[in-house]
Design a binder for this molecule. Structure first.
Ligand SMILES: Nc1ncnc2c1ncn2[C@@H]1O[C@H](COP(=O)(O)OP(=O)(O)O)[C@@H](O)[C@H]1O
Ligand SMILES: [Mg+2]
Length: 240
């Protein structure tokens, strides 16, 4: 028996984004299938965050389009996004998750069970009743991932999710990301951190100055980038 139809693949077709007369993203096209972990790599200012926001529907492109295999309400709810700085409501940790589940029309009777399971997965059961905003940076980021987990997304966008975290908290977040991947959630993560990209990526989208310069298998990219910018980036010589 086949499951419900998927919103994937995601197709970005000739995306451009302009602000203040500057073209910040130019002619970006790619296809993101289910399964493989895609890392958006590039130096600061390359356009990674803009591209994630366009994909997730938080911004409208100046031209071009983002297409899901199934459009409309269903595609909107089947995606989640986690930011560098977690966005927490003025509620308890568990309340942040049950609120998200209500917004996803999960029946009230199921919300607490699902929220508690997600908190347990993220190692946060002991802080469930604490106000989310008093949790440490690492705990808040794990809570953001737990909240995303509870909504069972088909695709998870992550924008530099560990950029503000110490090594131990980074490892915890990377382990949770691995859990999403194991559960067949498509991972699309922006990072400027080469080590993290090497640990996580199956595929690389390499962006520089608003243009997609390489879209390739991660092993191939790290072995032999096809552009001089890609080579410079891997050598640590491409600063922006
Ligand atoms: N709303 C905006 N208006 C004007 N410029 C923007 C806006 N958002 C981002 N930028 C600029 O676009 C470029 C790409 O930004 P961003 O996507 O945040 O890069 P990255 O995430 O790769 O570091 C940067 O030069 C940034 O200053
Ligand atoms: Mg960014």
């Amino acid at each position: 028996m086949s499951g419900p139809a998927s919103i994937l693949p995601l197709r970005a077709h000739r995306l451009a984004f302009e602000a203040g007369g500057t073209r910040l993203l130019d002619d970006v096209s790619f296809i993101l299938p289910a399964g493989r972990r895609t890392v958006l790599l590039g130096p600061n200012g390359a356009g990674k965050s803009l591209l994630l926001r366009l994909c997730h529907g938080l911004l409208k492109p100046s031209s071009g389009e983002v297409r899901w295999a199934i459009e409309g309400r269903r595609s909107a709810r089947r995606q989640a996004m986690v930011f560098q700085q977690p966005v927490m409501l003025r509620r308890s940790a568990v309340g942040n998750i049950t609120h998200a589940l209500a917004a996803h029309d999960v029946p009230r009777a199921d919300r607490l069970t699902r929220a508690n399971a997600a908190l347990a997965l993220a190692g946060l059961s002991h802080v469930a009743r604490r106000p989310a905003r008093v949790l440490s940076g690492g705990e808040q980021q794990r809570l953001a991932l737990a909240r995303a987990w509870a909504t069972e997304p088909e695709i998870l966008f992550l924008d530099e999710p560990t950029a503000s975290l110490d090594p131990a908290a980074t490892r915890a977040v990377e382990t949770l990301i691995e859990g999403f991947h194991a559960a067949d959630t498509k991972i699309v993560m922006a990072t400027h951190d080469l080590g993290q990209a090497r640990r996580i990526a199956d595929d690389i989208l390499f962006l520089h100055k608003g243009r997609l310069l390489e879209a390739t298998d991660a092993a191939a990219f790290f072995e032999k980038p096809q552009t001089k910018e890609g080579r410079a980036f891997i050598a640590g010589e491409l600063l922006w």
